[in-house]
Design a protein around this ligand. Structure first.
Ligand SMILES: [Zn+2]
Length: 168
């Protein structure tokens, strides 16, 4: 028996819940069906039918390419960033806010960080222009690759779903 209905999960996806809250809800135990319904809801919102394996952020997914069966990082518009284990940010368009003027486009003057110590790096899809991530590192810090989930463990131990085939 599932605690959440597909309709409620659809509402979650459509709604304004922040990413952290959504992922926390999804990883709560005792409701194996919830993640499957969440994937269904995400799948119904993208214009392609490659199977979504795991959402990375609001418009970015690990998905199984239907033709090759390779797992890739994929934008909701359909753009592929390549092998899911590689850092997709290296294939994204990057905008670096490293001057006070550029910072003040998005932050009120008094709240903007000192660009000698902190810059903002925004990562965009080269095809549709959706912003997928923002980093706020010190200026000399290398591109951050923070998302390397153990997808097999997640499927086997947490959501108890069969893992889609993989050729890469
Ligand atoms: Zn895109």
């Amino acid at each position: 028996m599932s605690v959440y209905t597909q309709e409620q999960v659809n509402y979650l996806v459509e709604g304004k819940l922040d990413w952290e809250t959504t992922m926390r809800m999804l990883s709560m135990p005792k409701d194996d069906d919830r993640f499957r319904m969440y994937l269904n809801a995400l799948q119904s919102k993208v214009p392609w039918d490659d199977k979504i394996i795991l959402p990375i952020s609001l418009h970015l997914y690990v998905a199984q390419n239907k033709a090759t069966k390779n797992w890739v990082t994929k934008c909701s518009c359909g753009h592929e960033f390549g092998d899911y284990r590689k850092n997709w940010k290296l294939e994204a368009l990057v905008y670096v806010r490293d001057t006070p003027e550029a910072m003040h486009e998005v932050y009120p003057t008094l709240m903007a960080p000192d660009t000698n110590w902190q810059v903002y790096r925004e990562y965009y899809c080269p095809e549709c222009g959706t912003m997928h991530d923002v980093e706020a590192p010190t200026p000399w810090y290398p591109v951050i690759h923070e998302f390397e989930p153990d997808i097999e463990a997640f499927y086997n131990d947490w959501v108890h779903l069969p893992l889609p085939e993989k050729t890469n």
